[in-house]
Design a protein. Structure first.
Length: 162
């Protein structure tokens, strides 16, 4: 799984058959126990291949190229995911689901296999205390010369919260 991010609640998905390139936001409904990069365990639920059905915020990607209405326009998309491929096979979560990664793809009954793709995986890097402890003072001084990182690190107490 090297170099692939896990997909979490809040990830944006897109469909290759959307007339306008619209995205929709994934809502994890299959489990409430496993989180990723969320120190308070309240926002970033890990998405699995059990995110089936209408599991998006708006359940639409706009107008669908696979549904012409006969007058030169297209009918609205009604996003329903029936299956996922490209998930991480080596871990099974408590909901019996396999973890979705950034190159996982969803199947829609109208668009067919692998028509729904991950646009953004939903994770954000958050610097914590350990990041500051392990920062290279020389590199940091090149990036941010206003802070003396060596002095900052020397003054850090193990019980201090940043």
């Amino acid at each position: 799984m090297s170099e692939k991010h896990l997909v979490v609640q809040g990830a944006t998905l897109k469909c290759k058959f959307s007339v306008e390139p619209k995205t929709d936001t994934l809502k994890v409904k299959s489990q409430k126990k496993h989180y990723s990069n969320d120190k308070d365990a309240e926002k970033k639920l890990i998405a699995t291949d059990k995110e089936i059905g209408q599991t998006l915020e708006k359940n639409t990607f706009g107008k669908c190229k696979m549904q012409p209405n006969g007058s030169g326009d297209y009918l609205p998309c009604q996003a329903t995911i029936t299956k996922w491929t490209g998930f991480y096979e080596k871990i099974t979560l408590s909901n019996k689901g396999k973890i979705l990664v950034e190159d996982s793809k969803g199947t829609c009954p109208i668009g067919g296999p692998d028509c729904i793709e991950v646009d953004k995986h939903g994770q954000k890097a958050e610097a914590g205390k350990q990041n500051f402890k392990e920062a290279d003072p020389e590199v940091h001084s090149q990036i941010n010369p206003m802070v003396d990182m060596a002095m900052f690190q020397a003054g850090m107490d193990d019980n201090e919260v940043i």
